[in-house]
Design a protein around this ligand. Structure first.
Ligand code: ADP
Ligand code: MG
Ligand code: ZN
Length: 735
């Protein structure tokens, strides 16, 4: 395609297959073709690429497109070539992934003038030899995609981007089009200044994504919530963002364990695996990708139905970009973020080692995120305001705050108390210290300052320290208070706060925005058999007594002690979960598949009838299966016993005492797995002893207590012997 085609509608159809332009595209394209600079602000999915691809095809010379992502370049080049029927050289990319002969081919095509579009990674652009080469070309214009990478205030600052303007000047100025989906006024100004395009025409599209639903959730049990959410949305494509690589791995594994097709993606994985996982997600071999923010820029998957933030992002900007990957096709897009104040504190801590200026930016961005998370205002409104856009509608109908307004109260008195307390203290203190004073909770630090005898001590003792902490946080959000950045974490009163103190007025605070402390992320506690929230400990008393009756009858009929059939905790769990299938029954505490099949039918029938007769709504409970590191040991024990390895050797191999090994075996048995340990028992205990112990459990015992057994059996039997035979017994009887 050597002729210059100026019929942009024809080019749109021929090369891109579209009938009409979207949004501002046509105006932008005409502006650029006329030789002007353009600054394009358009949300993700708005159609920015076309704004430079199409003019490149229409104009004389080669357009240089600077873009940060190698994977993205290849996609785009392939797409354009796909439409250009055989004109391979029409689009190229130049980055570190090419070998010498490939580079030569690209350069030949460029020199011969067939290439209209050249994608360049910023680090390739800045190479001296390339600059010299580019000087020989006719450049139609420069396109700088993902231009927010220029700004430290953006969510993805890249130092190489800072050098672009200088390099462009060396190669020779041509029109510049800068494009980004990041539009905070600060970032916009930064980009324009840096690129020396203050006079460029700015094309700004609305950043509202009406099809996205925004919700913030307490991070009390995020793993369970996520599994439940995914199971409630079967077959839908989704991204789960975590901040750390470790978390990514962990969550991906957890989902897989729970029967969800998910793969991890983060920068610490080797390139091949990473791109394999990305492809599996794009090709819909897996529904879920669990990723750090390394994933997603430029990924054009139109039907991502949800984006979940396991951790709160470091900036609101990042949050907007990441949630923006949902619903690019204009259809459903649910954006759920988990928030706990602890996570904010953790992120603040991470920043401590960084240079002061970076810390300062980081903290400000983080504060904005916190304000967003804790706000009771329309999420959409806050986001759009953040991008300098007005959103005047009162109720967007598509965010948690609009759909479920939070209860509020007039917190004038409370805020005045906080401010007065801060002013009365000679030094500044952290939030938790202030909260403890107000709630009247003493500790060693409070005592060391004598604050337990301050007149403020306990003036708000009707409330918990958490309540006061929340008041202080809302004070921060409202700019009445401020966290001292230099002296980390200390709370001071702002000018606005002093003004409020002098002129108090009604101040609406949110009541139930007291977010939970959040789980401690680093504890790898497996959440086995999570109980339905709100069902309390007791369960259904009536059902429980029915179940106990069944067990008693069964025990008589089968001549088995009742505790061998189902333990009390198992029955209690049934009275909470109302299982009606064998599979559901196995989810109850201490019920393995063997037991469920052997004894369960009767219970299931009775429970089903009971549900029906009493109109019971069952909890949509689920098992979050245990984390793998724990099960690794169990699997090792089970397979070793299968291979008849002496217990001493099994214990040695995993550095356990015999006691601990028996503990493990008992827990394996009680979860329903059958183990045959006869080989070991025969080696170590006399047969007659085995018989005695066995018949004690079968005929005499009324519980599985080892202590009782030892008492009844007398001094000839050791605890270890009793435990071993009991394992045999439970395994044979129960499972
Ligand atoms: P952005 O870079 O702004 O996030 P893209 O350039 O990747 O967006 O475009 C998003 C989607 O919109 C792509 O699937 C693209 O093919 C599609 N698109 C772009 N322009 C048009 C158009 N004029 N008509 C229909 N679809 C379009
Ligand atoms: Mg893009
Ligand atoms: Zn809203």
């Amino acid at each position: 395609m050597n002729e210059v085609n100026t019929d942009i509608h024809a080019v749109l159809k021929r090369f891109f297959g579209f009938d009409s332009f979207k949004g501002n595209q046509e105006a932008i394209i005409n502006h650029l073709i006329a030789g002007n600079d353009a600054f394009v602000l358009m949300p993700t999915g708005g159609g920015k690429s076309l704004c430079y691809q199409l003019p490149a095809l229409c104009m004389e010379g080669t357009a240089i497109v600077i873009s940060p992502l190698i994977a993205l370049m290849k996609n785009q080049v392939d797409a354009i070539r796909g439409f250009s029927s055989g004109e391979e050289g029409i689009a190229h990319f130049l980055n570190s992934s090419l070998n010498k002969s490939q580079i030569k081919e690209v350069k030949d095509n460029l020199l011969s003038g067939v290439t209209k579009l050249l994608y360049v990674a910023p680090e390739s652009l800045t190479k001296e030899e390339n600059i010299e080469f580019f000087k020989k070309l006719k450049i139609s214009f420069y396109a700088i995609d993902e231009a927010h990478c220029i700004s430290e205030w953006g969510h993805d600052f890249r130092p190489e981007y800072r050098r672009i303007s200088e390099i462009v000047a060396q190669i020779g100025r041509a029109p510049i089009i800068a494009l980004t989906a990041t539009a905070t006024p600060k970032v916009q100004l930064d980009i324009q200044k840096n690129l020396g395009m203050m006079d460029a025409r700015v094309f700004k599209a609305s950043f509202n994504r009406p099809n996205l639903y925004y919700e913030l959730r307490d991070k009390t049990n995020p793993k369970r919530d996520i599994i439940k959410f995914i199971k409630d949305n079967p077959g839908k494509s989704g991204i789960i963002y975590c901040l750390s690589r470790k978390k990514v791995e962990e969550i991906a594994q957890l989902l897989t364990l729970n029967g969800i097709k998910a793969l991890p993606y983060h920068a610490g994985m080797d390139a091949a695996t990473r791109s394999r996982n990305q492809d599996a997600f794009l090709m819909e071999e897996v529904d879920i990708i669990v990723a750090t923010i390394a994933f997603g820029m430029g990924i054009d998957k139109p039907d991502v139905r949800f984006v979940i933030h396991y951790d709160i992002p470091k900036s609101l900007e990042g949050y907007y970009q990441e949630t923006g990957r949902a619903g690019r096709d204009g259809q459903e897009g649910q954006c759920i973020a988990f928030y706990s104040y602890k996570d904010i504190q953790k992120l603040e801590k991470f920043m401590q080692g960084k240079p002061v200026s970076e810390q300062e930016i980081g903290r400000l961005l983080l504060n904005e995120t916190m304000a967003y998370a804790e706000s009771n205002q329309c999420r959409r409104k806050i986001l759009l305001n953040y991008f300098g856009e007005d959103y005047t509608q009162d109720n967007c109908g598509m965010c948690d705050n609009c759909l479920h307004p939070k209860k509020q109260f007039d917190g004038q008195e409370e805020m005045l108390n906080v401010i007065e307390l801060i002013m009365s203290l000679k030094e500044n203190f952290k939030s938790d210290h202030l909260a403890n004073i107000l709630a009247g909770v003493s500790n060693s630090i409070i005592k060391s300052y004598n604050h337990d005898s301050s007149p403020f001590f306990g003036i708000g003792k009707d409330h918990t320290p958490r309540f006061w902490d929340a008041v202080i946080r809302q004070g921060l959000v409202m700019h009445l208070l401020e966290k001292d950045i230099e002296r980390y974490g200390l709370i001071t009163v702002t000018g606005e706060g002093l003004f409020f103190y002098a002129n108090p007025h009604e101040l609406m605070l949110t009541e139930d925005r007291e977010f939970a402390e959040g789980e401690d992320d680093d504890s790898d506690e497996a959440v086995v058999n999570v109980r339905h929230q709100g069902s309390g400990e007791g369960g259904d008393e009536e059902l429980l007594s029915i179940l106990k009756n069944i067990r008693r009858d069964q025990s008589k009929r089968l001549k088995l002690p009742s505790w061998v059939i189902f333990s009390d905790p198992s029955l209690e769990d049934m009275s909470i979960r109302y299982p009606v299938t064998i599979e559901e029954l196995t989810r109850c505490q201490g019920v393995g598949e063997g037991k469920a099949r052997k004894f369960g039918e009767e219970y299931l029938k009775v429970i089903a009838r009971y549900i029906e007769e009493n109109d019971i709504v069952r909890p949509d409970d689920m098992v979050v299966k245990s984390a793998p590191n724990k099960s690794e040991k169990r699997i090792f024990i089970i397979t070793s016993i299968d291979r008849r390895i002496p217990f001493e050797d099994i214990a040695d191999a995993r550095d356990m005492e015999m006691d601990e090994l028996l503990d493990n075996i008992e827990s394996i048995i009680s979860s329903g797995t059958r183990l045959n340990i006869n080989y070991y028992i025969h080696q170590t205990i006399d047969d007659y002893k085995v018989d005695d112990i066995y018949s004690y459990f079968k005929e005499e015992a009324d519980s599985d207590s080892v202590t009782d057994a030892l008492k009844a059996l007398g001094p000839d039997y050791t605890e270890e012997e009793v435990r071993l035979v009991r394992i045999k017994f439970l395994s044979e009887m129960g499972n």
